[in-house]
Design a protein around this ligand. Structure first.
Ligand code: SF4
Length: 327
């Protein structure tokens, strides 16, 4: 870039106070004659009129938002799959973050996880399953006693109704077993597609995409889809990946959402997939400041599960504390 000549340089320091000679400040005003005063007043009035009627410079139009670089379908598929591969390297131990020993515990825990954290559910379910280990036990439970146990998960009355109703339906319609088909699962009280896919993917090994709040936020930040309806997101994202990858993809995305790409303060400066992310810069980009935003095992905090899988512990993950234990 060529340097500007002195003449081309913009006038500098126009707002700086202009030094005036001391004599100027003390100068005695020169008395004007009457006609001179009249002419001066006329000129001043004319100047004021000009100032008032001078056309105001039109407000600059606000800068148009930069348009996204269009991305072909092939490029999108490649980028999406690359993000998933990179996340698989970052979170080789990704897993469902609800504690469960069998499909019944998983479906109940998933229903309870609405409007609360997996951690809170994991801290609550040990007491529930110790008292009501089977669908038959929970179907016959006294609702008030179940409510007391579920109180920490919030909306405990509605949740008590759901899990007792769900258990009754399992006993009455499925011989006390959790069915392994989507169409049966979604007929159970309190079970939608999200819960059904969690159960299918993690208790039955059938591929499913879990569109929770993290998943919705991240796939939109990555421009995998513009959809906002969970079922449409599920279909759009599902079309980018082979079915066999759906369950682990869901875990990778949710792990990333919980640990790095947070809703309010994504830690962009510490994000391993930043070069692939169109939303880079939505959060803190300074690496040192971003590191301080990391959560769970990367930031030294326990994960969500009281009984995490061995692979998580081997990687340095820390089990969550039971209910009532702090620190
Ligand atoms: S770069 Fe920022 S917005 Fe993009 S995935 Fe990483 S943390 Fe999220």
């Amino acid at each position: 870039m060529s340097e500007l000549s002195e003449a081309e340089k913009p006038a500098e320091a126009t707002s700086a106070p202009v030094e005036r000679p001391a004599s100027a400040e003390k100068a005695v005003p020169v008395k004007k004659s009457a006609p001179a005063r009249k002419a001066a007043a006329k000129a001043a009035a004319a100047n004021a009129a000009v100032a008032e009627t001078a056309p105001v410079a039109p407000a600059k139009p606000s800068k148009p938002k930069p348009k996204h670089k269009p991305e072909s379908r092939t490029a999108l598929v490649r980028r999406a799959r690359r993000i998933n591969r990179e996340l698989a390297e970052v979170y080789p131990y990704a897993h469902p973050e609800l504690d469960f020993e069998n499909s019944f515990e998983l479906i109940v825990a998933t229903v309870l996880s609405a409007q609360t954290t997996d951690l809170r559910v994991n801290q609550t379910t040990p007491a529930l399953f110790a008292k009501y280990p089977t669908p038959e036990d929970l179907a016959a439970a006294n609702p008030e006693e179940v409510e007391e146990i579920l109180r920490p998960t919030g909306f405990f009355r509605a949740k008590t109704k759901s899990v007792i109703g769900l258990s009754k339906a399992l006993v009455e319609n499925f011989g006390g077993e959790v069915p392994g088909r989507l169409e049966d699962l979604v007929k159970l009280p309190g079970v939608g597609r999200k819960t059904a896919f969690v159960v299918l993917g993690n208790a039955f090994g059938r591929p499913g995409i879990t569109v929770d709040t993290h998943f919705q936020r991240l796939v939109r930040r990555w421009r995998w889809t513009e959809e906002t309806d969970p079922d449409k997101i599920e279909a759009a994202v599902g079309a980018l990946f082979p079915k066999s990858e759906w369950t682990m993809l869901s875990h990778h995305v949710i792990f990333h959402g919980r640990r790095i790409c947070h809703a309010r303060k994504p830690a962009c400066g510490a994000c391993p997939i930043a070069p692939l992310c169109p939303a880079f810069g939505e959060g803190e980009t300074d690496p040192e400041k971003a590191k301080k935003l990391l959560k769970y095992e990367k930031g030294g905090f326990p994960g969500q599960r009281l009984k995490p899988p061995q692979s998580y512990l081997d990687a340095g993950g820390i089990p969550a504390p039971p209910l009532g234990v702090t620190g």
